[in-house]
Each structure stands twice: as structure tokens, then as C-alpha cells.
Unconditional design. Structure first.
Length: 388
């Protein structure tokens, strides 16, 4: 059985939880390092007030002892700090007041209306509680565990924002370390300070207009060995798996690998990464337009994936909708919502990529404990050295 996880929990429920199975034993893991990732998700210029209320903290319920994974399922929990104020609304038992407080106004751009019909509810809260992007907090916690595994093999996952609305980052450094350093300091996770200023102005403008903004972020995975994923079956292709995982983040509407959509308008000679050989270097490429994968298999180059996020659908400036009971039109507006959440989405994207790479990594090298995984990985590294 490979690496897998399942999450549960509603936005205003008691807690978000996840159970991860398949992480080898003997990996160092602390709740604090998961909390650091959770804090990174909560930052970002353009976010709403809820981010100021929550300070997410993880509780490791199982699977870790004395600072190391023990090989059993790892259960993680993020408690809702505001639960006292929500326990009546989220009550487990039937509540007479429910019909009075129910939500009957579906928001455009959300799962509200389709979810209500699909699950045959009469209160939109039953949909939006789980469809909310709050669920991504627990994904980030899962991603932090996967990062702890990948760190043992010097694999790093980096994210940065490259576009907000129509403002594109201009001077992105070539060195991933520089990108990382700049992005970690930036309130927008942008690696170019001049572009960041323009992006912030764009968000301020959207705020004034009562509107929202989307954008694009990039994820780089550095140090990924050759041979993760496979071309032999559709569901083993790592490019497809990464795309699925990133597309599953709420509001992500496009994913591209390497040159992606741009490659469609170019000649083949402008798209493919030619192969060269030099004795001191072995096989190498001068470009990485494929984004680190060919045929759904990693080729040893950095993995480069970009994801496009649509503007947040809940606007201060109302959008038109229709009440499900009265069938009367109304203007859907909101008191508290994000204006732009692309920086947070980029951190969530890191977690999605970390999970998929960790899964593919363990498929290739396996092991019940870190020593076995390291042995199999080392054997492959030795083979590669001889081949090159
Ligand atoms: C980090 C993050 C924060 C979000 N914050 C909000 C928000 O404050 N208000 C909102 O209406 N949508 C927000 N969204 C987007 C919605 O969750 C998403 O658009 C909605 O669930 C519908 O899913 P879809 O856009 O994938 O179709 C956020 C998404 C992410 C990833």
C-alpha cells in the first residue's frame, strides 16, 4: 500500500483532521515544524479578517513518538479556536432553531447551489462548511509531514507568486535559493520587489472597487531524482498526478507544467530540451522547458509547475443570485472575505506537490523505515553515477 491520506472536518466544525498512512518510521517530526507551515498559509497581503482570528496549531494524535514517526498512521488535528461560538450552529443533534437560521442564498462561484441539489439539503451551510477553502489548512499539515520525509533526501519544494491580476513579476531570479529567500520575506510571496509593489497597488484598487483578484503561482521541486512516476499507465504519470492535485485546490482553474500553454504556439525546436553529453557532467540539458518531466517521468531537472487562481468569488460588490425559497433575486455580498489569496494558495500548492512527490518517491524506493528507503535510494544514486 502506498502513501495515502484522508481528511475530514468542516470550516466551523470542532476540528479539521487527517490520517496519513505509509510514511516510513524513523523520520524526525515535530508539531512546531507543521505549525510553521500552517502560519505560512495564513499570511498574505489581501486576505480577510478571519486570518487574524485563527492561529492554526496542529495536534499530532498518533504515529509519532519521541520526535520520530513510528510507522503507524499519523493522525493530525487542527482545532477550531472559535468552536464555542459555533457549537449551536454546528450541533450534532436536530435543532428547532435551524430552519430559522438556515442559509438560502447561494453564492455564485461557489459549490452552494450544485451541492444543495446534489446532497438534497435545504440549508446552504451543509454545503459551504466543507466546500470552503478552510479544508486546505489540514492539507498543509499533511504536506509538512511529506516535506519532513523529502528533506531526508535533500528534496526541496519552493513556491512563489508570479502574477496578481494582470501584473506579472518581471525580474525573477534564476537561482531557486534567491527566489525562496525573497518570497519568504514578501507579503505576496513575490520574488521581485518592484513587481510586488505594483501587485499590492492592484490589490488595493480591487479593495476600493469592492472586487477581488486572482493570479498565478509557481512551484519548484529541487533535487527530485530521475525516474519518479511512469509512462506505463495513465494514472502513474507524475505530470497528470501533479495537475490533479493542484487543480483540486479551491479556485485553481489552470495548471501548466514547464512551458505549458506557451508551447502550443511555438515550433518544436523552441520547445524541447536537447540532450548533451560531457564527460565531467554526464548527460545534461541547457534548458528545462519540459518542467522536469518527460513522458510523465521525472528527468532529474527541477520540476516547474504553475497554477492559475481565479478571483475570489465572494465580493464586497454584490453579484446577482436567487434565493432558493422565495425564488426572488438578491445581491450576494459579504462582510468578511479575502480579496486575494494567491500567496496562501501557493503554500497550499507546495503541500500538494510535496504529497505527490513523496508518494511517487515511496512507490519507487519504498521501505517500512527510513533506513530501508535510504538504502534503495542510495543504490539508485550509485547506478545513476555509473550511468552518467
Ligand atoms: C487560500 C484560499 C482562500 C480562499 N478564500 C476565499 C474567501 O475568503 N471567499 C471566497 O468566496 N472564496 C475563497 N476562496 C475560493 C473558494 O474556496 C472557491 O472559489 C470555491 O470553493 C469554489 O471552488 P472552485 O473555485 O474551485 O470552483 C479561497 C480559496 C483559497 C485556496
Amino acid at each position: 500500500m502506498g502513501l495515502r491520506y484522508l481528511s475530514a472536518g468542516e470550516s466551523h466544525g470542532k476540528a479539521l483532521t487527517a490520517i496519513i498512512e505509509g510514511i516510513p518510521s524513523l523520520i524526525k517530526l515535530k508539531a512546531e515544524e507543521i505549525d510553521e507551515e500552517l502560519a505560512r498559509r495564513q499570511k498574505g497581503y489581501g486576505r480577510g479578517k478571519r486570518m487574524q482570528i485563527e492561529k492554526d496549531r496542529v495536534k499530532i494524535i498518533s504515529g509519532v513518538r519521541l520526535g520520530k514517526t513510528i510507522g503507524s498512521p499519523i493522525c493530525l488535528m487542527i482545532e477550531n479556536k472559535d468552536w464555542d461560538n459555533w457549537q449551536n450552529i454546528m450541533s450534532l443533534v436536530p435543532d428547532a432553531a435551524k430552519m430559522e437560521n438556515r442559509m438560502t442564498r447561494p453564492r455564485p462561484g461557489h459549490a452552494d447551489l450544485a451541492g444543495l441539489i446534489k446532497y438534497r439539503h435545504d440549508d446552504l451551510r451543509d454545503i459551504l462548511e466543507r466546500a470552503s477553502a478552510r479544508e486546505t489548512a489540514i492539507r498543509v499539515a499533511v504536506g509538512a509531514v511529506c516535506k519532513a520525509l523529502l528533506r531526508e533526501f535533500d528534496i526541496r519544494i519552493i513556491s512563489h507568486v508570479i502574477q496578481i491580476g494582470d501584473v506579472r513579476a518581471e525580474n525573477i531570479p534564476d537561482d531557486p535559493n534567491k527566489i525562496w529567500k525573497n518570497a519568504e520575506k514578501s507579503p505576496l510571496r513575490c520574488s521581485d520587489i518592484n513587481s510586488e509593489i505594483k501587485m499590492m497597488a492592484k490589490i488595493d484598487k480591487a479593495r476600493q472597487l469592492g472586487d477581488s483578484l486572482g493570479g498565478i503561482f509557481e512551484i519548484l521541486a529541487i533535487g527530485v531524482p530521475v525516474g519518479l512516476g511512469s509512462y506505463v499507465s495513465y494514472d502513474r504519470r507524475l505530470d497528470g498526478r501533479l495537475a490533479q492535485s493542484l487543480m483540486s485546490i479551491p479556485a485553481i482553474k489552470g495548471v501548466q507544467i514547464g512551458m505549458g500553454f506557451d508551447s502550443a504556439s511555438k515550433y518544436g525546436s523552441q520547445v524541447h530540451d536537447e540532450i548533451f553529453y560531457q564527460e565531467d557532467k554526464g548527460f545534461y540539458r541547457k534548458t528545462n522547458r519540459a518542467g522536469g518531466m518527460e513522458g510523465g517521468v521525472t528527468n532529474g531537472q527541477p520540476i516547474c509547475v504553475q497554477a492559475a487562481m481565479k478571483p475570489i468569488p465572494t465580493l464586497y460588490k454584490p453579484l446577482k443570485s436567487v434565493d432558493i425559497v422565495t425564488k426572488k433575486p438578491f445581491d450576494a455580498s459579504v462582510e468578511r472575505s479575502d480579496i486575494c489569496a494567491v500567496p496562501a494558495a501557493s503554500v497550499i500548492g507546495e503541500s500538494c506537490v510535496a504529497f505527490e512527490i513523496a508518494r511517487a518517491f515511496l512507490e519507487r524506493y519504498g521501505g517500512d523505515n527510513l533506513e530501508q528507503t535510504k538504502k534503495a535510494w542510495q543504490e539508485d544514486q550509485d547506478y545513476l553515477k555509473a550511468f552518467y
